[in-house]
Design a binder for this molecule. Structure first.
Ligand code: NAD
Length: 474
């Protein structure tokens, strides 16, 4: 087995007495191990970041952009190595892992562009006589150390959505990766160093939850950018004190299939969006509402597609659905399915689970209050429900504590505009499932799904502060 991977504190590789094993979710075998940062390391990371801010805040736009361009090049050059690490620690299929590495390079490339576009405004202030001769100028400035805490399901691209904008804005970075997937983040940290970012301004520290909480509460951290589960996210906001917090949390995303939809297209997109990465995607399709007149046709198109998905070893090229992250996560989701069945739901495809392998599952006859509908299941499970009136379908989509994205399959302009007006979500996707994210778009949720937006341009706004200059030229 390979030696434990050191963590990074202010650009310095460190070891400790604590080692954590990282397991391959498909077999449960140890795939690697990492040293865990201790209390002293956490303190050193904050000190290094605070000192690093004196350097990063003065980096001109072209220098920040150049670092990010180099980083994107390195991610591209070492894409296979990164993809392999993602397969091993997250259990993602090879195809998805390669796709994630390519997206990560793109996210950093977008950040490189946005680093050059941090503009302000010029405001004539003569709205009344008191303002005659006055002009306002706004500019955005970096705010200081950014604490980036990421979830396991996109170990590389989630980190890039935080590290990229932080560097673009001129802020130091402390990255705390998910406990089960630190290997990719440590590789990314090495690449940030190789790309020429000031070493004191980059730390990557796998650590315990307690130490992560100390970082969240630390007043020297300027901003916490968190991606993970709603319970942890809102707890982080509660302990963060006065600092700003961005929360990218979970959901139970829905799609509406109207009577005028292309049913073959809708069924094929729902198959892609409900089961990709074994359903462990924050905008995975979890609930589908289908107009009663096309309900049977939709199921006839959906079920054969779902039943033909190949579940198994994520290292095989022809595997469609790999393992879930842990046997506990799979068992928890399976219990929600079993509970729904006890309460009257029917399983039309899948339904069983063996260790971390969870069969793609389609449920019908569910009720809104069942946990398969109400909570984020984060497993390859989708519920399909008929509706009669469009307003009823939109109300069902909104009948959720969450609001990340929603998809509506229709070509009717009135329905499209009604969806935009009525749906309480961060993004409405027309003609497709909610599982759509281009890395430069504004992305995030409302209600329990989060706070703030990612996408480099929007994350840069959160990671900078506006300063106004008023000039009296009179
Ligand atoms: P998680 O909440 O268990 O962990 C997320 C991160 O928080 C990890 O790094 C973890 O170690 C850390 N953490 C846990 N407890 C903490 C504490 N008390 N203080 C500080 N840090 C703590 O989430 P997960 O299981 O890794 O990820 C899955 C979740 O993430 C799902 O809910 C999914 O929907 C969500 N997610 C959201 C988005 C988005 O962009 N909205 C993207 C991906 C995943």
């Amino acid at each position: 087995m390979r030696d434990p991977v050191p963590f990074l504190i202010g650009g310095e590789r460190r070891r400790s007495a604590d080692v954590a094993d990282i397991r391959f979710p498909y077999t449960g075998d140890v795939a690697g191990c990492v040293f865990l940062a201790g209390d002293g390391d956490v303190e050193d990371a904050v000190r290094a970041a605070t000192a690093g801010f004196a350097v990063t805040r003065r980096l001109p736009a072209y220098a920040r952009s150049r670092v990010l361009d180099r980083l994107a090049d390195l991610i591209e050059e070492r894409g296979d190595e990164l993809a392999e690490a993602i397969v091993l620690e997250a259990g993602k299929t090879k195809t998805l892992a390669r796709g994630e590495a390519a997206r990560a390079a793109e996210t950093i490339r977008i950040s490189a562009e946005e680093a050059r576009r941090i503009h302000g405004e010029i405001l004539p202030l003569d709205w009344n006589s008191a303002g005659e001769g006055y002009t306002g100028y706004t500019r955005r400035f970096p705010i200081g150390p950014i604490l980036c805490i990421t979830g396991f399901n996109f170990p590389l691209n989630l980190a890039c959505h935080k590290v990229g904008p932080a560097i673009a804005a001129g802020n130091p970075v402390i990255l705390k990766p998910a406990t089960k997937t630190p290997l990719t983040a440590l590789l990314l940290g090495e690449m940030v160093l190789d790309a020429g970012f000031p070493p004191e301004a980059i730390s990557v520290l796998p650590c315990t939850t307690g130490r992560a909480e100390r970082l969240v509460a630390d007043d020297r951290i300027a901003y916490v950018s968190f991606t993970g589960s709603p319970d942890v996210g809102w707890h982080i906001k509660a302990i963060a004190g006065r600092k700003r917090v961005g929360l990218e949390l979970g959901g139970n995303a829905a799609a509406v299939v109207c009577e005028d939809a292309d049913i073959v297209h809708a069924a094929s997109r729902v198959t892609a969006g409900a089961f990709s990465n074994a359903g462990q995607v924050c905008i995975s399709v979890q609930r589908v509402f289908v107009h009663a007149s096309v309900y049977d046709r939709f199921l006839d198109e959906l079920l054969p597609r779902v039943r033909s998905l190949k579940v198994g070893d994520p290292r095989q090229d022809d595997t469609d659905v790999g393992p879930m992250i842990s046997p506990e996560a799979a068992a928890g989701a399976h219990e929600k399915v079993a509970e729904a069945v006890r309460e009257g739901a029917r399983v039309l495809a899948g339904g069983s689970c063996d260790g971390t392998l969870f069969e793609p599952t389609v449920l019908v006859d569910t009720a809104p209050a069942m946990r398969v509908n109400r909570t984020e299941i984060f497993a390859p499970v989708v519920t399909v429900t008929p509706y009669d009136a469009y307003a009823e379908a939109l109300a069902r989509v909104n009948d959720s504590p969450f609001g990340l994205q929603a998809g509506v399959f229709t070509r009717d302009m009135r329905r499209i505009m009604q969806a935009l007006e009525e749906l309480r979500v961060g993004g409405v996707v027309i003609g497709d499932i909610p599982t759509v994210r281009m890395d430069h778009m504004p992305y995030g949720g409302v209600k329990a799904s989060g706070l703030g937006r990612e996408g480099p341009r929007y994350a840069i706004e959160e990671m900078t502060e506006m300063r106004l200059m008023v000039v009296n030229a009179g």
